[in-house]
Design a binder for this molecule. Structure first.
Ligand code: ZN
Length: 474
């Protein structure tokens, strides 16, 4: 069973380092990522690495950092509630058992980062009872199933009186990964929605579906485990509705009803099977929303694991032509790249194959006429992170920045000369991407060369944002 890999390092912006330093009143001693934000964009909960900078254990995985939230929970503590809740733990067997489960799940979550850290006990570093309400409240906001956190939330939410209502959550179930986005509407419909959390876990639900037609039981269980956490976090952050959309892996599985039943139970909504055409329209919406109409016509490319979409349209948000090609980073890697690092012959065959598929696509979509070419997907954002020489992934530094064709080709060549292990070790590489990024880079580079596109506007927003924008639109 593959270990769930929280890609928490994706959510850390330069502004977060400053905000957390201000919130703590000192330099943070442990590497962290942001797992939830407030309306104003500042970190609400951070996830700490299990070891501090000196290599010593750091048992508090989830830390409440918003000053208003800290104050609100401190008020509850000062009323003597830790003692009273511990009395309840003593006399109420059901409550005691639920607290126990939360402690064990907390330790298991930490063990995803460092296996040995499971032994470091549960919420706030204790194995039984309740020590710190901030820690329980933070755990719940991170998606923990924590009865104490839920009790605190009833007393302190909403922490900020100006918190807007109508928060929504979307979950995109893909072939390789499951992703979550929770937003509230921006000031006007043209403003980007305010992002409260964004997360992605690679669970490989699609593994084996091509061959057997069914979900593998282990990857299915892992995926549902993450789905449950995402739904809890969405509700903890105040999302009123949770929309779950699934693309090809689920569409193709005979036992997709099992996944639909899990969605119904956990998200309280019907699973939506997204067609290729709708997928393309959503990518275009997410990739171009809010761009200046004068930059049109637009072309959007979304490189996935199994397929790549090319979409065009004259105005932002409204796609006109789309094609979904059986061209993806996982598919092309499996087909062509068998050595580590790949041989020149393999790379040549890969590029020839990609160029052939693009030739077929060129008649369907006028991508060469795009004045602004938008590259969405983890392939493009990761290539940009490397081109910019970032020491860690920072979406603020990447979103809506230009990436030239020359830079794409240069980074592709560098990555192609590295081993899988060397690529995976790059600080900006998401877990599970290092072995397929060469094929992804080949798809982007060949597209830009084939259609004479000098530069790409790299976008962090994609189909997931498209799903959310549709939802906010009514
Ligand atoms: Zn706050």
């Amino acid at each position: 069973m593959p270990e769930p890999k929280p890609t928490a390092q994706r959510e850390l912006r330069a502004a977060d380092l400053v905000a957390v330093r201000d919130q703590l009143g000192r330099e943070p001693t442990t590497a962290f990522a942001v797992v939830a934000r407030c309306t104003g964009g500042h970190p609400l909960v951070i996830r700490n690495a299990p070891l501090d900078a000196a290599g010593d254990p750091f048992p508090t995985t989830f830390w409440l950092t918003c000053p208003e939230a800290v104050k609100a929970v401190s008020r509850v503590e000062s009323e003597g509630w830790i003692g009273r809740l511990n009395e309840r733990v003593q006399r109420d067997e059901g409550f005691r058992a639920a607290v126990q489960v939360a402690h064990e799940a907390y330790a298991a979550d930490r063990a995803e980062d460092l296996e040995g850290a499971r032994a470091w006990k549960g919420v706030a570093g204790t194995r039984e009872g309740i020590k710190c309400l901030h820690a329980h409240y933070a755990y719940r906001l991170a998606g923990g199933d924590d009865p104490v956190g839920a009790w605190v939330a009833e007393r302190v939410d909403p922490v900020h009186p100006e918190q807007r209502s109508a928060r929504v959550a979307v979950i995109d179930q893909g072939t390789n990964s499951i992703r979550l986005l929770v937003v509230e509407p921006g000031e006007t419909p043209h403003d980007p929605p305010i992002e409260l959390t964004r997360d992605m876990v690679i669970t490989r639900l699609g593994r084996g579906v091509d061959r057997t037609g069914r979900f593998d039981p282990d990857t299915f269980a892992l995926t549902v485990h993450v789905l449950a956490r995402f739904c809890r976090q969405a509700r903890a952050l105040g999302a009123e509705r949770i929309r779950v959309g699934a693309t090809s892996a689920v569409r193709d599985a005979e036992n997709r009803d099992a996944y639909a039943a899990a969605v119904c139970e956990l998200a309280g909504s019907e699973l939506e099977l997204i067609t290729g055409e709708h997928e393309a329209a959503l990518s275009f919406l997410g990739g171009t929303h809010g761009l200046d109409p004068a930059w049109g016509p637009f072309g959007v490319q979304d490189i996935g694991g199994g397929s790549t979409e090319l979409v065009t349209g004259a105005a932002p948000g409204r796609s006109e032509h789309a094609i979904s090609m059986r061209l993806g980073s996982v598919r092309m890697t499996e087909r062509h790249l068998h050595h580590d690092p790949p041989t020149p012959e393999e790379l040549h065959a890969l590029h020839a194959d990609v160029a052939g598929v693009l030739d077929e696509a060129s008649a369907a979509v006028p991508i060469g006429g795009a004045r602004t070419f938008v590259a969405v997907s983890g392939t493009a954002t990761t290539l940009q992170a490397i081109a910019l020489g970032l020491g860690r992934y920072d979406s603020d530094r990447i979103h809506r920045t230009w990436l030239t064709r020359g830079a794409v080709e240069q980074v592709r060549d560098r990555l192609a000369a590295m081993t899988n292990a060397e690529r995976a070790a790059l600080p900006v590489m998401a877990p599970g991407r290092g072995d397929v990024i060469v094929a992804g880079a080949a798809i982007l580079a060949t597209t830009m060369r084939r259609f004479d596109l000098e530069r790409a506007l790299v976008s962090e927003t994609d189909i997931l944002d498209g799903l959310a924008l549709e939802m906010l639109d009514g």
